[in-house]
Design a protein around this ligand. Structure first.
Ligand code: UDP
Length: 330
C-alpha cells in the first residue's frame, strides 16, 4: 500500500492550500493542481521543499492526466466570490461542470475516492432556515450567481450519477462561508473587504441595510470537517459550516472594534440575489463525522486579522481586483 496519494485541485487557493497543508501533515503524498486564475503560488510556496508535494499548473477543464496511482481526489478548483463570477462567468461554469466531469473520469480510471467541494449556494436565497441537506434550494438560474450555483448543482448531480452508475466512491461537502489566512484580499468577499478597508483607513461598505445574515466557519474547522468526510463512508451531501449566525451590520461593528479603526460604516446597494440569510444545520456532520466547529469567531478573526496586517503595504494598497485578462482564453 505505502503512502496514500491525493490530488487536490484548486491547490493554490484559500481552501485548497490549507487542505494541502493538512494532508502533508497527515503523511500523504499531495499532488496540487491549479491554473492560477484566482489562486496564488504564494499560498503553497512553503510546500515546494517537501518531497511529498508536487504541483501541476493545469486547467482542469481540459483533460487531466496524473501519472501513477491515486487514492483520493479533492476537487476544490473554482472561483468562489460574487465578483469573480461576474468577471469570469464562463470559467466558473466550466470548472464546476467540465472540470468535475474530467476529475470523475480520472477517479474512475484510477479507482480513487473523490470528494467534491459543493456549497451553501446550492440553497440559493433560502426559504428554509437554517438550511439542512434535504432542502432543495431557491436559485435564480440566470442571475449573477447562477453561473456558480448551477455549476455546483450540476456538479452534485454528475457526482451522484458516477456513484450510482459506475459505483464510484464519492463524497459531497456543502461548504458554508469559511474564512481565515490566505483569503484573497481583493476578491470582494466580506471579510477581506472589511479588514482591507479598516487597514487602509477607509469606511466599511455594508451592502443593503446589513440585516442579511451569514455564519462564518474558521478554516481549521472547515479543513477538519472535509478530512473527516473524505474518510467517512457517507455518500450524500453533508453541510460543513459554523452555525453561529450574525448580521453583516453587526459583523462590520465587530471588525471596527477588532481593528480599532476610527472609520465608520457606509451603506451601498445590495447586490442582486444576495441571500438574505444563511445558517447551516450541521446535525448530519455532528452525527456522521462526530464533527463540530471548535474555533469561535473572536479567536478566528484575531488570527485572520494578524494575517492581513502582515501583508505588505504594496499589497494592501492594490485596490483593484486581480486582473484575470492575461489568463483568459478567448
Ligand atoms: N458584503 C458587504 N460589504 C462588502 C462585501 C460583502 O456588506 O464589502 C455583504 C454581501 O452583500 C453579503 C455578505 O456580505 O451579504 C457576504 O458576502 P460574501 O461576498 O463574503 O459572500 P456570500 O454572499 O457569497 O456569502
Amino acid at each position: 500500500m505505502g503512502v496514500k496519494r491525493i490530488l487536490i485541485t484548486g491547490a493554490a487557493g484559500f481552501l485548497g492550500s490549507h487542505l494541502c497543508d493538512k494532508f502533508i501533515a497527515e503523511g500523504y503524498h499531495v499532488i496540487g493542481m491549479d491554473n492560477l486564475i484566482t489562486g496564488d503560488l504564494k499560498n503553497i510556496s512553503h510546500l515546494f521543499k517537501h518531497a511529498s508535494f508536487e504541483f501541476y499548473h493545469h486547467d482542469v477543464t481540459t483533460f487531466v492526466h496524473v501519472p501513477g496511482r491515486l487514492d483520493y481526489i479533492l476537487h476544490f478548483a473554482s472561483p468562489a466570490s460574487p465578483i469573480d463570477y461576474l468577471k469570469i462567468p464562463i470559467q466558473t461554469l466550466k470548472v464546476g461542470s467540465l472540470g468535475t466531469h474530467n476529475l470523475l473520469g480520472l477517479a474512475k480510471e484510477k479507482n480513487a475516492r473523490i470528494l467534491i467541494a459543493s456549497t451553501s449556494e446550492v440553497y440559493g436565497d433560502p426559504q428554509v432556515h437554517p438550511q439542512d441537506e434535504n432542502y432543495y434550494g431557491n436559485v435564480n438560474t440566470i442571475g449573477p450567481r447562477g453561473v456558480y450555483d448551477e455549476a455546483k448543482r450540476f456538479q452534485e448531480s454528475i457526482t451522484m450519477a458516477y456513484h450510482r452508475f459506475h459505483g464510484l466512491e464519492t463524497r459531497i461537502a456543502r461548504i458554508f462561508n469559511t474564512y481565515g489566512p490566505r483569503m484573497r484580499l481583493n476578491d470582494g468577499r466580506v471579510i477581506p473587504a472589511f479588514i482591507g478597508q479598516a487597514l487602509r483607513g477607509e469606511d466599511l461598505t455594508v451592502f443593503g441595510d446589513g440585516s442579511q445574515t451569514r455564519s462564518f466557519c474558521y478554516i481549521d474547522d472547515q479543513v477538519e470537517g472535509i478530512f473527516r468526510l473524505l474518510l467517512s463512508d457517507y455518500v450524500l451531501p453533508v453541510n460543513i459550516g459554523n452555525p453561529e449566525e450574525i448580521s453583516i451590520k453587526e459583523f462590520a461593528e465587530e471588525i471596527i472594534a477588532l481593528t480599532g479603526t476610527s472609520q465608520k460604516i457606509v451603506y451601498k446597494e445590495l447586490p442582486k440575489d444576495d441571500p438574505l440569510q444563511r445558517q447551516p444545520n450541521i446535525a448530519k456532520a455532528r452525527e456522521i463525522l462526530n464533527w463540530k466547529p471548535t474555533v469561535d469567531r473572536s479567536e478566528g478573526m484575531n488570527s485572520t486579522y494578524t494575517y492581513f496586517k502582515n501583508l505588505s503595504l504594496e499589497e494592501l494598497q492594490k485596490k483593484e481586483h486581480k486582473d484575470f485578462t492575461d489568463h483568459i482564453r478567448k
